[in-house]
Design a protein around this ligand. Structure first.
Ligand code: ZN
Length: 389
């Protein structure tokens, strides 16, 4: 076998019978293997724990379309973190100790049952045989035993990429796969992340899913948007989205849906705000009134496409237009993103909170000629055919 052939086999393996464990194992292998033929389950599972932690707790990615059926790996992470830290909403990163403990629990979920409180969850984990038991035998072939309805979950086995031995908890990586990883690491990562994105995008509306799944560091600089907000009138760059008053100095850009949920700076989600208003809003979602205003502005911005000066075209396309397929799609996605952000635990500002802000400057009259869609979109009974632009 040569590396081109191994690459073709990898593509096939990763795109058949998909589930998030398969992608996680693929990514973990790509990132763990260097020149060692022998890789222990423990090394791999640390990567897996880190991937799921960031996906679920930092980026709030749904790994399945049923929020009540999260992968067992996430249940274990959650139970462990609750036990150690109590409040888990502020944890930004797993420590070495966390990863040590988690690697034991994820390989053998039974071991975590003595530190968790819910008997229901405990029972579920007692019968679970761990990440590798389910993932390794099915990783490439995913074939059921002839004449039976279940997979061959043997303790040891072999595929085109590795041999595994669950008694010794070790993988023996095949030469061709090591060569492939060493020479085409980026491509393999692209293939794996690409398939994972395709698998999850149906039930995730947050932007830049690729960047998040691949664990690229998100970039929080809004400075490249300053110029367009200073010069493009439709963006109302001299009015504060939070208090509606004029801004003379200390202009900032606010993420209406918080950056710590979106993890990306997008023109459609940014609006000017006073520094003080912005910092008092903190990590909350903009009030319903503010979101409506943002949506109306975005509709006007969408319609202006032909008049956008060429120096802003790039930013306009990449951070606005390319995120949506139509005005309807945009409106729908923004309201849905607000709902998803709320259900991920973010608080939304009350409408009166934004009015309470005091500034010694005159009001700016924000034109609102576009009808109010809030009700249509927030009660979930959206009918695309009823709204025509
Ligand atoms: Zn303000």
């Amino acid at each position: 076998m040569n590396s081109e052939l191994t690459l073709e086999k990898y593509k096939k393996a990763i795109s058949r019978n998909q589930n998030s464990y398969k992608f996680a194992l693929g990514l973990a292998l790509i990132q763990t293997i260097n020149n060692n033929r022998r890789v222990y389950y423990e090394e791999i599972i640390r990567k897996v724990a880190d991937i799921y932690f960031k996906h679920h707790f930092i980026y709030k990615i749904n790994e399945s379309n049923n929020p009540n059926q999260v992968p067992i790996v996430i249940t274990i992470l959650e139970e462990y973190l609750k036990n150690v830290y109590g409040n888990i909403s502020n944890i930004k990163k797993l420590s070495k100790e966390d990863l040590n403990a988690l690697s034991v629990y994820l390989i053998n979920p039974k071991k975590i049952t003595n530190i968790i409180n819910s008997p229901l969850v405990a029972t579920k984990l007692t019968t679970n045989k761990g990440f590798f038991y389910y993932t390794l035998p099915c990783w490439q072939k995913a074939e059921k035993i002839k004449g039976k309805s279940y997979y061959d979950y043997s303790n040891s086995g072999e595929n085109d990429f590795f041999l595994y031995d669950s008694n010794k908890k070790v993988l023996l990586i095949k030469e061709d796969f090591i060569n492939l990883i060493n020479t085409r690491k980026e491509l393999l990562t692209d293939i794996t992340v690409g398939q994972w994105v395709k698998f999850t995008e149906k039930f995730n509306l947050i932007p830049r899913l690729y960047q998040k799944i691949s664990l690229d560091k998100p970039n929080r600089t809004t400075s490249k948007f300053n110029d367009i907000f200073d010069n493009l009138a439709v963006l109302e760059g001299d009015a504060c989205i939070i208090c509606n008053k004029k801004i003379y100095k200390d202009k900032t850009l606010d993420h209406l849906i918080p950056f710590s949920y979106i993890f990306s700076c997008e023109l459609w989600n940014l609006a000017r705000a006073h520094r003080t208003c912005n910092s008092s809003k903190n990590d909350k979602i903009g009030s319903q009134e503010m979101i409506d205003k943002l949506v109306r502005r975005n509709i006007r911005l969408w319609k202006l496409e032909d008049e956008i000066p060429s120096k802003y075209k790039n930013i306009y396309l990449n951070h606005f237009k390319s995120n949506f397929i139509s005005i309807n799609d945009m409106v729908q996605k923004i309201y849905k993103a607000v709902l998803e952000c709320k259900s991920a635990g973010f608080e939304q500002m009350k409408d009166r909170e934004s009015k309470r802000q005091k500034h010694e400057v005159e009001d700016i009259n924000i034109i609102s000629s576009i009808p109010d869609f809030t009700e249509v979109f927030t009660n979930g009974s959206l009918d695309n055919n009823k709204i025509i632009y």
